[in-house]
Design a protein around this ligand. Structure first.
Ligand SMILES: [Zn+2]
Length: 249
């Protein structure tokens, strides 16, 4: 049975029995997987359990087959992002980030840049002022989509590649995965979202700006609502999943 060592981030922990838990985690060098943590709720265990989501650590685990639960053998905790549990906007941001990773990142597909992005986002959310959480959360979402190959250039029509005027409102098609010019507006390809020029500019900025600049951005209710609608529609298109934390961000 192959044994792996990896830096891991716990995404979700569920009780499995009186004494054990099943843990969904993202392993930097292995990808997303589900592990059985035998005895993690007993007094003495090799994980300092019971285990809690949003724990960062160094783990040893074995994978017998891709279709079966892996076995968590050891976990040494290195971080807990305490701010995520204390501040509501940070909590919702981390909840949405977790849902997105579970919806979009495939099992056992190592993607260290995705891992690093999630950890960086959790660090920022845990430390940031509450007002900055929204911008950090949406910056995460557009960056995650880009890393997974679903990125979009907000300045060009996704169909014909014509440049779009970024001072005008934008028509965005989640079905096509990007903005569309008036000529390419699709028939019957799902709903078109109308974004104000401000929202479109903010999306482009959050996708690429340095995190120190992202942290200074304060998104209005309207911009956040427009981004949320696009995000929810995009994830529904890509994964057929609803994002339950989205409405709180
Ligand atoms: Zn076009």
């Amino acid at each position: 049975m192959p044994v792996h060592k990896s830096t891991v981030l716990l995404l979700r922990c569920r009780d499995w029995s009186e004494t054990s838990q099943v843990v969904e985690l993202l392993a930097r060098e292995v990808g997303r997987l589900r592990c059985l943590a035998k005895g993690s709720k007993r007094g003495q265990n090799p994980f300092s359990g019971p285990l809690d989501r949003w724990t960062l650590g160094e783990a040893v685990f074995s994978i017998s087959s891709p279709n079966r639960l892996a076995t968590l053998m050891e976990l040494y905790e290195t971080g807990r992002f305490d701010g995520l549990r204390r501040k509501l906007p940070a909590f919702y941001g981390a909840s949405l980030a977790t849902e997105l990773v579970m919806a979009l990142v495939p099992d056992l597909d190592p993607q260290p840049p995705v891992f690093d992005l999630v950890v960086r986002t959790f660090e920022l959310l845990a430390e940031a002022e509450a007002e900055a959480s929204r911008a950090v959360t949406f910056a995460f979402t557009w960056r995650l989509l880009a890393l997974l190959g679903y990125g979009t250039d907000i300045g060009r029509c996704v169909q014909c590649d014509r440049p779009l005027d970024n001072h005008k409102p934008l028509q965005y098609s989640a079905g096509l995965g990007g903005p569309v010019c008036p000529q390419c507006r699709p028939e019957g390809k799902g709903k078109i979202h109308r974004l104000t020029a401000k929202t479109a500019q903010a999306m482009a900025f959050l996708a690429g700006a340095d995190w120190s600049e992202v942290r200074r951005v304060r998104l209005s209710q309207r911009t956040a609502r427009e981004m949320r609608d696009v995000l929810v529609a995009t994830v529904a298109e890509l994964a057929g999943k609803e994002l339950s934390a989205a409405r709180y961000v």
